[in-house]
Design a protein around this ligand. Sequence first.
Ligand SMILES: *[C@@H]1O[C@H](CO)[C@@H](O)[C@H](O)[C@H]1NC(C)=O
Ligand SMILES: *[C@@H]1O[C@H](CO)[C@@H](O)[C@H](O)[C@H]1NC(C)=O
Ligand SMILES: *[C@@H]1O[C@H](CO)[C@@H](O)[C@H](O)[C@H]1NC(C)=O
Length: 335
Amino acid sequence: MVGIALSALSALAVSLSAAASPLRLAKRDPVPSFVLEHAPLSYLYSKEQWWPSDVAVHLTHVTPQVNFTNIADAVTFETIPSLASDVFLTSKDDVTTSPDWITNDAGKPDANGLSTAPSTIVLVNKPGGILDAFFFYFYSYDHGGKVLDIEFGDHVGDWEHTMVRFTNGTPTEFYLSAHSGGSAYTFDAVNKTNGRPISYIGVGTHANYATPGKHCHDLPGDLLCDQTDASFVWDLAANYRAFWFDNSTQTFSVAGGAGSGAQSIDAEGAGWLQYEGAWGDEQYPDDEHGQYCLVIGSLVDECQFVSGPTGPIKKNLGRTAVCQKESSCTVATSL
Ligand SMILES: *[C@@H]1O[C@H](CO)[C@@H](O)[C@H](O)[C@H]1NC(C)=O
Ligand SMILES: *[C@@H]1O[C@H](CO)[C@@H](O)[C@H](O)[C@H]1NC(C)=O
Ligand SMILES: *[C@@H]1O[C@H](CO)[C@@H](O)[C@H](O)[C@H]1NC(C)=O
């Protein structure tokens, strides 16, 4: 009986895969090996406390809100695509009480660079033999920097990315997101380990840099700086969910996964990446959750808590230049 059932099943599987084959191939082209061979190795700082997070875990701790009012009790991979772009996925917990899902070190990479939090890889084919491989880093919390020893710029949810541009399968450029901008280099220029480009991640803010040390940004006079060093390597290719993005239709499809990302990706699908709203709380009004803002003329306008960011779909995946902001994109030829 078992034998008959099994052979009937495998006959069915053969006919199914034959029938579904064109669709499956179109939708499930795997991640090309050259992408994984040149995936970044990113170093988290020695005193990091806000570790990489699994998007799936994050969703269990937030509710969709519009104008600070719940529009549903919960959000899942299934329901998130139907949410409008004015939605803020808002923490169920008061973040000033340091809830465990924000402060625990579950996503801290192990000695091999493996994090329990899958990265999100988005692949985009473009004219001229170009394939842009976006590596998205997600954290449940961004702990902003200190200005004059006061904390500014915290937010729930944090999407950062690096991007390796391949031309006919060869890596040619490397882009790193940082705050409202980022930096771009020729692939030759950046330091690599076994052909894999290196980035250094600012403590708390998670901005990416091609060189270690201190990086000041946004404010004059070195008022606001990121700290980086080569402490905890995060191998972006060890655990991931990977997708194709079709720029002409602005839609995502599943490419495949590795690690825990491989186990969950089929059930989750690719629709969640269509969500255009924010992945964290809306900026709190003054005095709520201890909110304060510092305004110094036109020089400084910073609040302790700012709104959470949008996700990968809003990061200019269809870019022609290497940079997210295409109008001012300089590709450096040395570090
Ligand atoms: C947001 O909510 C507040 C308080 O309930 C209300 O006064 C305001 O009109 C709402 N704003 C929008 C844009 O709906
Ligand atoms: C890049 O690698 C070279 C050679 O290993 C090393 O001397 C240099 O300090 C590195 N630079 C950075 C910015 O990591
Ligand atoms: C991607 O699509 C956008 C919107 O249609 C378009 O402006 C852009 O040029 C496209 N990118 C590429 C590389 O073709």
